[in-house]
Design a protein around this ligand. Sequence first.
Ligand code: APR
Length: 176
Amino acid sequence: MDERIASRIKLVRGDITTLNVDAIVNAANTSLLGGGGVDGAIHRAAGPELLAECRTLGGCATGSAKITRGYRLPTDHVIHTVGPVYSGGGRGEADLLASCYRESLRLAAEHQCKTVAFPAISCGVYGYPLAEAARVSLEATAEFLAESELPREVTWCLFDQPAYDAYQEALAAAAD
Ligand code: APR
């Protein structure tokens, strides 16, 4: 990964709902009507208006992304994307996961977002192995950033130490 691209990628440990960035990405499901994990945390922190707006969106396909306002969150936008459920890796999961990042970044750029934060999409309930998800997501993000000035900076907000370590290792391997 080119060092100019690597310099635009950050890792933090914490709760994505607290980040004051231009957009945070939600690991949603196809209904966009909320759930557990980071989806639940984002809806709880954003308040009921978020769900009200999500109801108008008509759901979201796996690998796609849709954008809403952030309401009571410190961020201006929430980009809802639906990651693949991991079932061994032979069902196109990597391409779908890469598409989540590409489509989320495309929406962020279209809305002039300079800073965007991602959770580890699909790495919770959807069972994607952390090391592989980190590799796929960093590769897709680096490819997008090489073609686009926006967003200026992409942050992964990792909720626990195993996720943080996996991303740190993948980022170090990609920067070599
Ligand atoms: N901030 C950042 N990351 C978080 C937070 C948070 N507040 N809460 C959880 N996470 C992390 C998890 O630890 C995991 O690493 O987000 C990652 C994604 O896990 P999930 O939230 O379970 O999302 P995913 O695996 O993509 O499954 C999506 O779960 O919540 C439902 O409605 C959602 O059906 C969808 C499914």
